[in-house]
Design a protein around this ligand. Structure first.
Ligand code: CMC
Length: 391
């Protein structure tokens, strides 16, 4: 027995020190390695941000070139890994397939499983960032019965991904430059978020000395839930269900009713109690992307109406519930032609940068300990075993 601090949900427990990302939830501040998210969103690109998260500093032009070359070099998937997809039922969720495929990488790359070797750790990190889009696109194409495409390594990261998703043989893909740029921006905004549930999961699994592919597969599992990364898929389903701006009032009332089991998806955040700076950027971007792509989506009207109605309602005001990063991201993904079931996979591609940055940091920390929380025991006191015929 023992007496421990009871902190369900880790509301006030710092489980680690970290130099990767800073959040001030009251002020709505998010910094990657000290750089404000607003500046990175405007001036950087996802691969540069991945480099920054992993290495702690922005790359020089030469360092970036090497990093981009390394990532590009590792985009291919083994043919036997491709065969794995054939084993899934046709309607398998792409998150299920992605999680399994990422975990299986440990079975292919024995040259990067030694967690005590810094070069092997870096190699695994690069592989994961490089292969996530290939795996994600394969999961999507399998789910619609299309043949899996090889990555085109003459393209940059986001454009390459969109090609793997949508390209059809001998039919050049007409891709608006706005699409790749919008995707890149969404990836930047989702790249890291300090000790969120999935990153904490990666660290907890990492603390046991498990290999990096297993750790990231565990992160994908944690991300899948609707309280975390699954929220972007849940938002779009919710908006579709609401259907029309005139039904927004009813949805708000339902979300306030604790017995309804319904929450406004894409609303509220454990850390942000003022606003989510990522949501502010995404809202603006959502209008622009839809205009640039010449897409008009009634879901956007429903979303704006819902946001306005909730922000006027004392229930949401008192509890400091604001739209989070996932409230508008799905509308942008939809405008890019990405199906709802892929939204959380998109999040996973971006968050892989953060997961591996934290995993690397963890293994560079000499006094890292196994994560092993305690509990407050609420079970039976000591008692004697009773033979089955006497029970
Ligand atoms: N709709 C209605 N009520 C809500 C909502 C919501 N979306 N979120 C929180 N509440 C209420 C909750 O019922 C509670 O009320 P009371 O104090 O009367 O019991 C109060 O607000 C505090 O909520 P909590 O669940 O104790 O807060 P938390 O910090 O544990 O949970 C959260 C944070 C994000 C899980 C939660 O706000 C939520 O479930 N939101 C909807 C799902 C969502 O959008 N998740 C994405 C989060 S951001 C991206 C990511 O991390 O992946």
């Amino acid at each position: 027995t023992g007496y421990f601090t009871y902190d369900p949900g880790f509301m006030s427990t710092a489980a680690t020190k970290s130099a990767v990302t800073f959040i001030d939830g009251d002020q709505g501040v998010l910094l990657y390695r000290g750089y404000p998210i607003e500046q990175l969103a405007k001036q950087s690109n996802f691969l540069e941000v991945a480099y920054l998260l992993i290495n702690g500093e922005l790359p020089s032009a030469a360092q970036f070139q090497t990093f981009e070359h390394d990532v590009t070099h590792h985009t291919m998937m083994r043919e036997s890994l491709k065969n794995f997809f054939q084993g899934f039922h046709y309607d398998a969720h792409p998150m299920a397939m992605s999680m399994a495929a990422v975990g299986s990488l440990a079975a292919f790359y024995h040259d990067s499983l030694d967690i005590n070797d810094p070069a092997q750790r870096k190699l695994a990190a690069i592989r994961l960032i490089a292969k996530m889009p290939t795996i994600a696109a394969a999961a999507y194409r399998y789910s619609i019965g299309w043949p899996i495409r090889y990555p085109r390594n003459n393209l940059e990261y986001c454009t390459r991904f969109l090609h793997m998703m949508f390209e059809v043989p001998s039919e050049p893909l007409q891709l608006s430059p706005v699409a790749a740029k919008a995707l890149d921006l969404l990836f930047i905004l989702h790249a890291d978020h300090e000790q969120n549930a999935s990153t904490s999961t990666v660290r907890l699994v990492g603390s046991t000395g498990a290999n990096p592919y297993a750790c990231v597969a565990a992160g994908i599992a944690a991300l899948w839930g609707p309280a975390h990364g699954g929220a972007n898929e849940a938002v779009l389903k919710m908006l579709a269900e609401i259907g029309d701006a005139k039904n927004v009032g009813k949805a708000v009332e339902r979300a306030k009713d604790k017995n309804s089991g319904f929450r406004l998806m894409g609303f509220g955040h454990r850390v942000y109690k003022n606003f989510d700076p990522r949501a502010t950027i995404i809202r603006e971007m959502c209008h622009k992307v839809l205009a640039d792509l010449n897409v008009s989506d009634p879901m956007l009207d429903v979303a704006m109406e819902l946001e306005a109605a909730a922000l006027k309602d004392s229930y949401f005001v008192e509890r400091k519930l604001y739209p989070n990063v996932d409230f508008y991201s799905g509308i942008i993904y939809k405008a890019l032609g990405i199906p709802t079931e892929m939204f959380t996979v998109m999040f996973a591609i971006a968050r892989t940068a953060g997961w591996v940055a934290h995993w690397l940091e963890q293994h560079e920390t000499p006094d890292a300990k196994i994560g092993r929380p305690r509990q407050i025991y609420t079970g039976a006191p000591t008692r004697d075993y009773v033979d089955v015929e006497k029970r």
